[in-house]
Design a protein around this ligand. Sequence first.
Ligand SMILES: Nc1ccn([C@@H]2O[C@H](COP(=O)(O)OP(=O)(O)OP(=O)(O)O)[C@@H](O)[C@H]2O)c(=O)n1
Ligand SMILES: C[C@](O)(CO)[C@H](O)COP(=O)(O)O
Length: 232
Amino acid sequence: MHSQAPRYFALIPAAGVGARMAADGPKQYLHLGGKPMLRHTLDAFLSSERISHTFVVVSAGDPQIDAVAPGHGVTVLRCGGATRMESIRNALAAMAAMAEPVRDSDWVLVHDAARPGLNAVLIDKLILEVGVHPVGGLLALPVVDTVKRAAAGALSTISRDALWLAQTPQMFRLGLLREALAAATDAAAVTDDASAIEALGHAPLLVEGHPRNLKVTLPRDIPIAEMYLAAP
Ligand SMILES: Nc1ccn([C@@H]2O[C@H](COP(=O)(O)OP(=O)(O)OP(=O)(O)O)[C@@H](O)[C@H]2O)c(=O)n1
Ligand SMILES: C[C@](O)(CO)[C@H](O)COP(=O)(O)O
């Protein structure tokens, strides 16, 4: 039983290189709507009264973060890893080792720097709908298109029933998330935090998100993200 009042922390993995974006530098620093993508994401958490503090994990030699991270409410962790999962695993260990540590019972909302369309409404919706769920949960969107599988020259249709597209934040208590990531043997296969939790036999709660919370992955995503950022 968790007797202390719940605390909510944000952790933003921002140590990627943005290979699929093929920009001049890491996509999290591309300017969208007048400011770097990462700053939109940081500001979303700073705008939520429920978030106690925000951590952002970047690569050790990141030369841009100091100009982007605000001087308050955010701690930069320079321990990014070779994969998204390793960046998060390193960051969680650093958070737990802080002078004022994040506790095993505290909630951590892991959110991609590459999803700048997040806002306080979606953050609060996730927190309120997960509530005291024994595992945790994540924002996701139900699949609304017909799904095809193309393999070995064959094309087949997969039922869209019960299919969801995972977004972030994905929120879990620090202790459970650290346990799940420690147990994961193939970091590259753990493309989201929930999959590591599922591998322990748990079923995180799905909370309907919003298309504005898209992951900016390819150049074609830029104008879509800017459209949503123009309408906060
Ligand atoms: N080693 C890594 C890889 C990714 N990320 C972060 O995880 C989020 C989602 O990953 P993705 O969209 O794949 O970003 P990149 O890995 O930068 O993109 P790509 O796969 O195209 O290189 C991003 O905010 C990215 O910065 C991270 O912190 N550490
Ligand atoms: C975590 C995630 O955004 C959920 O959809 C997605 O798995 C990240 O994948 P990426 O290849 O690291 O962008």
